[in-house]
Design a protein around this ligand. Structure first.
Ligand code: ZN
Length: 501
């Protein structure tokens, strides 16, 4: 009976997913709450749970059920075919990874995270290098288990975005760079040297209260989600329980706000996935690039736009009495859209942000092609930083050690951010065409029509479509850097290059 087989398969997939969700929750707790001396205990807990999740995901019964369901072929309902297709992919990948390898990797992730955190505080790359060596070796080992030992970087990209390859990403990035690098040069050359508006002494409690109002108005459901504080902003969890973080600095109120709006984009996507399909491909995100497209769209196309600020500006000023008195509306808008090459990716404006990703993509390709040793990473990083951004990092803390990703073995992840930016710009064009008067809504504090459209065209489908199929389905065109370049030109040329208007 295919119906009974599908019910049983779904039960087993949900069982494995619940264990993974606990791992996610402990990972969240590790970054939000864990006392430092408790880290070794957490590493053991995560290692134990990783082994359990692996066992649940590789149960021989899943293999038997998949075999029978696949034999049904086209007789299966379309939804069932989606579930079976993805369950097969996940099952094959999981069964090829030995349980001991999975447990060893989970333990390393936790140890390496703490090593990275300390190394970054002390700007001491040498202290982190041995952990990074082990992560690179494990990533290669994983690729080999999955039959991609000769193309480890393709494997790492595909792991985050099924179907992505180094060649596809390289072609997209080359085209993007050919438009972006000249745009940044024009902006840097044309912009008169200008000090940033001083933003000092924005009390954290008031920042927190304001961003919670923004996050709620964008549509985030706090009855099944939270936002807390962590060193590195992130969003984890699922449709039933979504966990976001941001970080506060009294002198950088926009950083916490845009960090929160970004994570809200991720959170809204998670909350828009069908909760009754959790644990199956229909309740999961397509991949990291589509995930990033959601965060980027809310952060940049929406949150940094004039219409958003037409509504929120007065509330923002009222939240910090006296702090913004010296700043006109236009100056505030300019501050929000300040383009300024800097060393830190998560603090970058939406124009130069993409250069930070190109830097990491170049380094990761070389690292996995064998042309770059871990020990030589800081020098390679600093050289590329000078070349692309015109920046000499003051130390490895604001260079090669700045991001958490590599400590968790998350290679091949950074490109998703930039591909996500491209998708966001392409979706934004489609949304503006599909929803007349959309920005008019924003000026009244209404964001529901955009969220509804994203729910309808993207969120509710889970993994029904691949990244490329989804872009084609929703926008009617192939994924391209052109809409992103157009968006950046349209927003930033009037601000920085008035002569070219
Ligand atoms: Zn993100």
């Amino acid at each position: 009976m295919p119906e009974a087989d599908l019910v049983r398969l779904t039960e087993l997939l949900r069982h494995a997913d619940r264990i993974r969700s606990v791992i996610g929750l402990l990972g969240w707790d590790e970054q939000v709450n864990l006392p430092p001396a408790s880290a070794p205990r957490r590493a053991e807990q995560l290692s134990t749970l990783a082994a359990l999740a692996h066992e649940a995901g590789t149960a021989p019964e899943i293999g038997a059920l998949l075999g029978r369901l696949e034999a049904e072929g086209e007789r299966l309902e379309p939804d069932a075919r989606v579930i079976v297709r993805h369950a097969r992919r996940d099952f094959d990948r999981a069964t090829r990874l030995p349980a001991a390898f999975v447990a060893r990797r989970a333990a390393l992730d936790s140890e390496a995270y703490h090593a990275w955190k300390e190394a970054r505080e002390r700007a001491d790359f040498a202290a982190f290098a041995p952990f990074l060596e082990r992560q690179v070796a494990m990533a290669r080992e994983e690729a080999a288990y999955l039959g991609l030992g000769d193309r480890p970087y393709d494997h790492l990209l595909d792991r985050n975005d099924p179907g992505m390859t180094e060649a596809v990403v390289a072609a997209l990035f080359d085209e993007l760079a050919s438009g972006l690098v000249p745009l940044v040069r024009r902006i840097v050359a044309a912009a008169p040297p200008r000090r940033r508006a001083a933003m000092r002494g924005f009390p954290v409690a008031a920042q927190d209260a304001f961003l919670r109002r923004v996050v709620a108005r964008l549509g985030f459901d706090f009855s099944r989600g939270r936002i807390d504080v962590a060193v590195h902003p992130f969003c984890s969890g699922d449709a039933a329980d979504t966990r976001m973080t941001t970080r506060f600095d009294e002198d950088r109120p926009l950083e916490a706000l845009f960090g929160a709006i970004h994570e809200t984009g991720h959170g809204l996507y998670e909350q828009g996935l069908p909760v009754d399909r959790l644990g199956t491909a229909l309740g999961e995100a397509v991949g990291m690039a589509v995930h990033e497209s959601q965060s980027r769209l809310w952060e940049n196309q929406v949150g940094r736009g004039r219409a958003f600020w037409a509504f929120f500006e007065s509330e923002f000023r009222a939240a910090f009495p006296g702090r913004l008195d010296g700043l006109s509306s236009d100056e505030l808008y300019r501050e929000i859209n300040d383009v300024r090459p800097g060393p830190i990716r998560v603090e970058a404006d939406e124009v130069t942000y993409n250069l930070h990703v190109l830097l990491r993509f170049t380094i990761e390709r070389r690292l996995f092609a064998g042309g770059l040793a871990v020990a030589d990473l800081p020098a390679a990083w600093n050289e590329l930083s000078r070349e692309l951004l015109g920046i000499d990092p003051a130390s490895d803390a604001e260079g090669v050690l700045q991001d958490v990703h590599w400590s968790g073995g998350a290679f091949g992840y950074f490109p998703s951010y930039c591909v996500g930016n491209m998708i966001a710009a392409q979706l934004w064009q489609a949304a503006l065409a599909a929803l007349p008067g959309l920005e008019e809504d924003f000026t009244r504090g209404r964001f529901g029509r955009l969220l509804g459209w994203l729910r309808e065209t993207i969120h509710r489908h889970g993994r029904r479509f691949s990244t490329m199929e989804l872009v084609r389905e929703v926008t009617g065109g192939e994924l391209s850097p052109a809409p992103l370049l157009r968006h950046l030109e349209e927003r930033y040329a009037p601000l920085y290059l008035p002569a070219t208007r």
